[in-house]
Design a protein around this ligand. Structure first.
Ligand code: G4P
Length: 283
């Protein structure tokens, strides 16, 4: 499958992010726990050079719990503090505050040595589209906190959300662009719904997903769709799904495209179970 991406407007986003980086101490990078590496843009290492870093494995509720643990260890091994979260659930966000302090320890220590006390850590949320940045900022900030910098007469730019005495968050996230020199990365991002479906061949994508599931989560399809067979070529399985879900065209022929769309929607909504599409490589 050939997926094209035109990052024209991303040049502007990159410039904006470079400016914002000057204002902050900590980069909070959101990745999708189902594809923790494919949903990253490695340029963040360069953009965020010299900043404290942490990674949030978001949508961990949709990802394989066993692999969530392995991915967290993988990031930790690279000295990046990592927390797995469900950005919609404020309960899972409690852990973050203490990890922020841990991630910024060196900076706080440096401040203290220079006699700067009680200066809050300033942080920015970054990530590719659809990883849950806005959801996270809304849940993390909650309703109670004040937004600062909203003064009349001042050009409306970034605003800081004061979370508490020790932490302020930039209210607009930095948008990273997906990077897929590798087609497999593009396919995985398409599977989780991060790439506009209109530019994709959904039938092919569904077949790729079936191939993956049969190798790594062999029960997922037969359990969800009560398939009789559930084996063989992906095209055959797609037909079986169409049959099981009565996806029929006017003349009574199987509508495999509708089955493909249905399968992708089910996967994205977690209805096939908690599934992770990539495993960490040994390091
Ligand atoms: P973005 O700012 O990074 O572009 O992402 P955004 O917050 O808009 O989130 C994209 C979609 O992902 C939203 O769903 C949001 O609800 C969902 N989402 C965010 N975090 C999580 C999570 O931890 N777990 C799960 N399961 N979903 C999450 P949507 O369908 O586009 O919108 P909505 O109808 O849910 O509001």
């Amino acid at each position: 499958m050939n997926i094209q991406w035109y990052p024209g407007h991303m040049t502007k986003a990159k410039r904006g992010m470079k400016e914002d980086m000057k204002l902050i101490d900590l980069v909070i990078e959101l990745v999708d726990a189902r594809v923790p590496v494919s949903s990253r843009n490695p340029d963040i290492d360069q953009l965020g050079a010299g900043k404290a870093r942490m990674v949030l494995l978001n949508k961990s509720d949709l990802a394989d719990e066993r692999l969530n643990g392995r991915w967290a260890s993988w990031f930790e091994a690279q000295k990046i503090h990592t927390v797995k979260i469900d950005a919609r659930n404020r309960g899972t966000l409690k852990q973050i505050q203490s990890v922020v302090q841990e991630a910024c320890k060196e900076k706080l220590e440096r401040d203290r040595r220079r006699g700067i006390l009680n200066r809050p850590v300033r942080a920015m949320v970054v990530g590719i589209p659809n990883v849950g940045k806005s959801t996270f900022i809304n849940s993390f900030a909650g309703k109670a906190c004040a937004r600062t910098g909203d003064k009349p007469g001042v050009t409306k730019g970034n605003q800081w959300i004061r979370l508490n005495k020790t932490l302020e968050l930039l209210d607009t996230p930095g948008i990273l662009w997906p990077k897929f020199e590798d087609q497999q990365v593009g396919v995985k991002l398409a599977m989780i719904g991060s790439i506009n479906d209109q530019i994709l061949n959904k039938d092919e994508l569904a077949c790729e997903l079936i191939r993956f599931l049969n190798s790594y989560y062999p029960q997922a399809l037969s359990e969800r769709f009560s398939l009789e067979d559930g084996k063989g070529q992906p095209e055959h399985i797609l037909e079986e799904i169409a049959r099981a879900r009565a996806c029929l065209m006017k003349g009574g022929e199987l509508d495999v495209s509708r089955a493909a769309a249905l399968l992708l929607d089910d996967f994205r909504a977690g209805k096939l179970g908690r599934i992770t599409l990539e495993e960490p490589k040994e390091q």
